[in-house]
Design a protein around this ligand. Structure first.
Ligand code: GLA
Length: 387
């Protein structure tokens, strides 16, 4: 679906409404830097060319009327009095963004039609895309001048405070600020970022994302448990390193101190500290076009997530093993929160057919799931579209 088509669907759904504005917001895949964002650390995601489109125009009243083309389902609420929806849970991302704006800014009512092709529940941040797209639509329709980074923070708060998922800032940030043909190196403490050209094309390599088919919600307690274990590790490490505020402040030179923590905290902290270092190294390698070595860091990241952070699962491990056994694959790892969802693989273009064949042959034989394979390009972040 493109901007023209969603505008047409909007006119059909809301024949009396004013001409819509159309915005898009992409999903994301994280190349390296997993479970580092909420530790004030570093991440290297890219916006993908799968996205959510929203068409909307303002109303004279305080109603928000929403229609999802994908669910073929509508929902509505009054901006003066609304709460979470149990009947249309997908609308909670939109409701949440409205709620966060309303803390400081009166809003006009809206009619909205939406549709997306970011695989849902696959760990490719379809929810962040919906939040960011909604934030941009609201800014546009209400003629606000909220800076992009403030919209990102607002979208993250919608997820944390309204939807009730304690995610970090990575997904919303990349959906808003991604750049075509670039990956985004983000310092999740200062929110300073740098766009690094993704020379995959020049290296004749591509980013292949493979959905394991295993669905596990983020609301899941394991994510929150990891967060609190990281905080516990910081409290312990403070006894020797009183100046630290987060695991981001602990370097690989302090691994000996980490090794004195109780076994579980030791593993969690070791993952975060080594992963932050891997991101810093990976960015240098990418700038130098050393993708073979970059791929090696992806492999190391997976091992660390599997063994130390313990957020992988047998299906993700299997997909990574299959990919790593294909000649021409530089590196492969689980991506996103874990316990299901997708792997990300950097592969030479002329190895992709062999990779696909290996996954389609071996994975269904050893699991009960059907894999889905995507080759994504680095896309532009959220934007208003002309049509
Ligand atoms: C999810 C969260 C992100 C991040 C990743 C793990 O995608 O939404 O904030 O914590 O997990 O890296």
């Amino acid at each position: 679906m493109n901007a023209r088509e969603i505008a047409a669907a909007f006119r059909q759904q809301f024949p009396e409404a004013a001409e819509p504005v159309v915005v898009r917001a992409p999903g994301r895949v994280n190349l390296i830097g997993e479970h580092t964002d909420y530790n004030d650390g570093f991440v290297l995601p890219m916006a993908i060319d799968a996205q959510i489109l929203l068409a909307g125009s303002v109303r004279d009243d305080q109603q928000v009327q929403i229609y999802s083309l994908d669910f073929q389902e509508g929902t509505s609420f009054d901006l003066n009095d609304f709460s979470q929806s149990t009947t249309a849970p997908w609308s909670n991302y939109i409701r949440g963004v409205c709620a966060m704006f309303l803390e400081t800014t009166p809003l006009k009512g809206m009619n909205i039609v939406l549709s997306g092709n970011v695989p849902q529940g696959a760990g490719l941040s379809s929810s962040a895309a919906l939040e960011v797209g909604t934030a941009l639509l609201i800014r546009t329709l209400n003629n606000l001048d909220t800076p992009a980074v403030e919209l990102v923070k607002l979208a993250q708060r919608a997820e944390n405070e309204f939807v009730g998922v304690a995610c970090g800032i990575m997904d919303q940030f990349i959906s808003m600020l991604g750049k075509k043909d670039h990956v985004l190196f983000l310092d999740c403490r200062s929110l300073e970022y740098d766009l690094v050209p993704a020379p995959f094309g020049a290296n004749q390599a591509s980013i292949v994302v493979i959905d394991s088919g295993v669905k596990r919600g983020l609301v899941d307690s394991e994510y929150n448990l990891r967060r609190s274990q990281c905080e516990a590790a910081v409290s312990e490490l403070k006894k020797n390193l009183p100046e630290i505020k987060a695991l981001r402040d602990v370097g690989v030179e302090h691994l000996d101190l980490i090794n004195q923590l109780e076994p579980e905290l030791q593993k969690r902290a070791r993952h975060v500290v080594t992963e932050n270092q891997r991101v810093l190294d990976a960015v240098k390698l990418l700038r130098d076009g050393q993708i073979q070595e970059f791929g090696q860091l992806m492999n190391e990241s997976h091992a660390s997530l599997r063994d130390d952070y313990q957020v992988s699962c047998p299906e993700l491990d299997l997909l990574v093993e299959i990919a790593q056994s294909v000649p021409g694959v530089y590196g492969s790892r689980m991506t996103g929160a874990g316990f299901g969802g997708c792997t990300v693989t950097l592969a030479a273009n002329d190895s992709i057919e062999q990779l696909k064949a290996a996954v389609l042959d071996q994975y269904p034989k050893q699991t009960q799931y059907t894999p889905r394979i995507y080759v994504f390009n680095a896309s532009e972040g959220a934007e208003k579209l002309t049509f």
